[in-house]
Design a protein around this ligand. Structure first.
Ligand SMILES: [Zn+2]
Ligand SMILES: [Zn+2]
Length: 360
């Protein structure tokens, strides 16, 4: 059959020879109207079903759970935008979409498109229904099932951990969790916090998270850290599943303990892997291994009293009234001891009065 050039073989309209060169051969001679009539310029689904977690509000796209704080209309818009298929002939398009709730789990998205195709604009409207199916995501069901892979135990040597130490451990854990969540790690969560008479157990979702939390707490609070793992089960792929336990044992000494080492008296100012303590006569700071000072504690800062200042002798000495004996005594003074007031914090130990550095 011979095609008459310049006329549409379907409707006989005059055609522009410059238009349609990119079309498949058999559509090449058609006028614009006849050609576009046959084309689905946009491919849009009429109905999209999306799983939505009732626990955390996340939704599932191609198997992946996506966390969001968006509501259903906003999620529906995003999903619709991802699902629009474009015909190869379309050069560009503008679109406007209005989502509206139809019922508690259904959003209708009314879309209008201005499509640039073969040098002119076509207008199209599509109505897309997004139906949300309420369900529970894998993370929420693991949390509900109290699933955990690692336990961090916080204990202390010959004492119970203080509230301050436990608060510190909790806030370190929270910071690490927030960091993981910010990085989009959906598997990182704290399953349980169990308060025990001897300390605290933190149950964490993954062994990796457990190690991270344990080493961060250990680095901050000091003491010893022992890790053990036990085989708990074999998963569906025949892989062994281990659960790790990190036992942190905090040192006996704590900040503000007063210790004696080889006859010298110190105030403990920091406890990390090593103990930092201030010499209460010279003011020098010294470091000790926690194991070296197990029996060194003689008092606590709470035992100190206010000693009335009689006279500031010089930069190395001050005369005060000993609050235990009520006698005026001259005591060694060092940098950090505040003698600007009427009294100074002091502790009477073994017949000697020691001044404490100001507690800023
Ligand atoms: Zn035609
Ligand atoms: Zn969830």
């Amino acid at each position: 059959m011979i095609q008459s050039r310049g006329f549409c073989p379907r409707c006989g309209e005059k055609t522009d020879p410059d238009v349609g060169a990119d079309r498949p051969t058999r559509e090449r001679g058609l006028c614009r109207a006849c050609y576009l009539e046959e084309q689905d310029l946009l491919e849009t689904p009429e109905l999209i079903s999306i799983e939505l977690c009732t626990g955390c509000g996340s939704y599932r796209v191609s198997g992946e759970w996506i966390d969001t704080s968006d509501g259903m209309p906003e999620i529906a818009l995003k999903i619709v935008a991802d699902r629009i298929g474009i015909h190869r002939a379309v050069d560009d398009f503008d679109w406007y979409a209005e989502p509206s709730m139809v019922d508690t789990t259904t959003v209708a998205v009314e879309c209008e498109f201005d499509i640039l195709v073969e040098g002119g604009y076509e207008h199209r409207t599509h109505s897309i229904t997004v139906r949300f199916e309420p369900t529970t995501c894998t993370r929420c069901s693991r949390i509900a099932g109290k699933s955990y892979a690692s336990t961090v135990q916080i204990r202390a040597t010959e004492r119970t951990p203080s509230e301050d130490e436990l608060d510190r451990a909790r806030s370190i854990t929270a910071a690490i969790l927030n960091e993981r969540v910010d990085l989009g790690d959906r598997d990182a969560f704290l399953t349980d916090v169990i308060e025990r008479p001897e300390g605290l157990d933190l149950r964490l979702s993954t062994t990796r998270l457990g190690s991270k939390v344990a080493s961060a707490i250990h680095a901050d609070l000091g003491g010893s850290l022992d890790t053990t793992s036990t085989l708990v089960t074999t998963d569906s792929d025949g892989q062994d599943v281990y659960r790790t336990t990190h036992a942190i044992r905090l040192p006996y000494v704590r900040v503000d303990d007063i210790i004696t080492v080889e006859g010298d008296v110190y105030l403990v100012e920091s406890v990390n892997r090593r103990v930092g303590a201030r010499h209460l006569t010279t003011g020098e700071r010294q470091y000790f291994d926690t194991t070296d000072i197990v029996d060194a504690i003689v008092a606590h800062r709470d035992d100190a009293e206010q000693a009335t200042i009689v006279d500031v002798t010089d930069q190395h000495a001050v005369q005060v009234i000993d609050p235990t004996t009520y006698e005026a005594v001259t005591v060694a003074r060092y940098k950090g001891v505040d003698v600007g007031g009427e009294s100074v914090e002091a502790i009477h130990l073994g017949g000697t009065l020691y001044l404490l550095p100001s507690d800023e």
